[in-house]
Design a protein around this ligand. Structure first.
Ligand SMILES: C[S@@+](CC[C@H](N)C(=O)[O-])C[C@H]1O[C@@H](n2cnc3c(N)ncnc32)[C@H](O)[C@@H]1O
Length: 295
């Protein structure tokens, strides 16, 4: 692997690895020139490259928390929802076009194998008191439930959190409107929440993000809930998209590492991180704090 430093907080990374599971489904990007060193080249940086290849460059037990939502492979579908271009019943209808550099349409077994490898690598990277919050979506394909256990396999899940989204319009008379996703909490043995965070329960209601032109962004409030519930100081998102995890981590005074394949999304994340230094998106979640110290 070679790496080229590109101005500011974005690295462009490319690889010619034979085992890159995404290669037929992702457009290739820059050729790389040097080697990245942890932590200096990683902390508070959006690294533009293949997540598995970048993670493989990182040492064991080096991050406190991973919060991520991988591509769901939604275009690999037995129904018409994501194939016929109308986006089906999910609010994330923008995904009918896939992502800018990933088609979201891998053969199912290949996809599950790729995601399992990514999760194993994430698990290697978290410290003994660290955790992974892995967001995914259950669905039914050809009459069979995909509960993602073909991805999780032997990786130790502690809890499944339900993220209840707001509903949209359901055009399909044969289905109730789907309104939830799941978040697997996958900790190492010494992981603990901050005091009182356990009171949140395991069903969380957050409206999907509206003011973000990425096809599948996290709501800022959801990531704020996760990060604020932990003591984590180094937080990584290996599928960082529009940079929501980075923006929230940084707004809460923590360090971030983002990895994203699309140079376009990397560049937009970088601009978003800069914008947040002046106009913080998480400050909008806490309007009361604006008045602190005035009384
Ligand atoms: C569900 S989106 C993540 C959105 C993110 N949570 C946010 O708030 O914007 C998944 C992202 O994974 C990226 N991606 C796809 N394949 C990748 C790969 N091999 N390595 C790194 N990123 C990849 C896609 O470009 C997409 O932006």
């Amino acid at each position: 692997m070679t790496i080229e430093f590109v101005e500011g907080a974005v690295f462009f990374v490319a690889c010619n690895k034979q085992d890159d599971m995404t290669s037929n489904h992702s457009k290739s990007i820059h050729i790389v020139m040097s080697t990245m060193k942890f932590p200096d080249d990683f902390l508070n940086t959006i690294i533009c490259g293949d997540s598995l290849s970048v993670m493989q460059q990182m040492p064991d037990n080096c991050v406190d928390l991973i919060v991520t939502s991988p591509p769901y492979n939604l275009k690999n579908s037995t129904g018409n929802g994501m194939k016929n271009g109308n986006g089906g019943k999910w609010a994330g209808a923008a995904l009918v076009n896939g992502y800018s550099h990933h088609d979201d349409n891998m053969p199912h077994d290949e996809y599950a194998e790729w995601q399992y490898k990514c999760l194993k690598e994430m698990f290697r990277l978290i410290k003994n008191d660290g955790a992974i919050f892995y967001n995914h979506k259950w669905r039914v394909q050809g009459g069979l439930i995909q509960d993602r256990m073909d991805i999780i396999r032997d990786i130790p899940v502690r809890q499944v959190i339900i993220w209840r989204r707001k509903g949209g319009i359901n055009f399909n008379p044969g289905y109730f409107l789907p309104t939830y996703e799941v978040i697997y909490l996958i900790p190492k043995p010494d992981f603990k929440l901050v005091p009182k965070a356990n009171a949140h329960g395991d069903v969380w209601e957050f409206t999907q993000e509206m003011n973000n032109d990425h096809p599948a962004p996290f709501p800022v409030a959801l990531i704020d809930r996760i990060i604020s519930s932990t003591h984590a100081q180094i937080i990584m998102d290996p599928f960082s998209g529009s940079g929501t995890t980075a923006v929230v981590a940084s707004g809460l005074g923590r360090n971030f590492i983002g990895i994203e394949l699309s140079p376009e999304y990397c560049e937009k994340s970088k601009e978003r991180i800069e914008r947040n230094k002046k106009h913080s998106e998480i400050a909008k979640l806490y309007p009361a704090t604006l008045f602190q110290g005035i009384a």
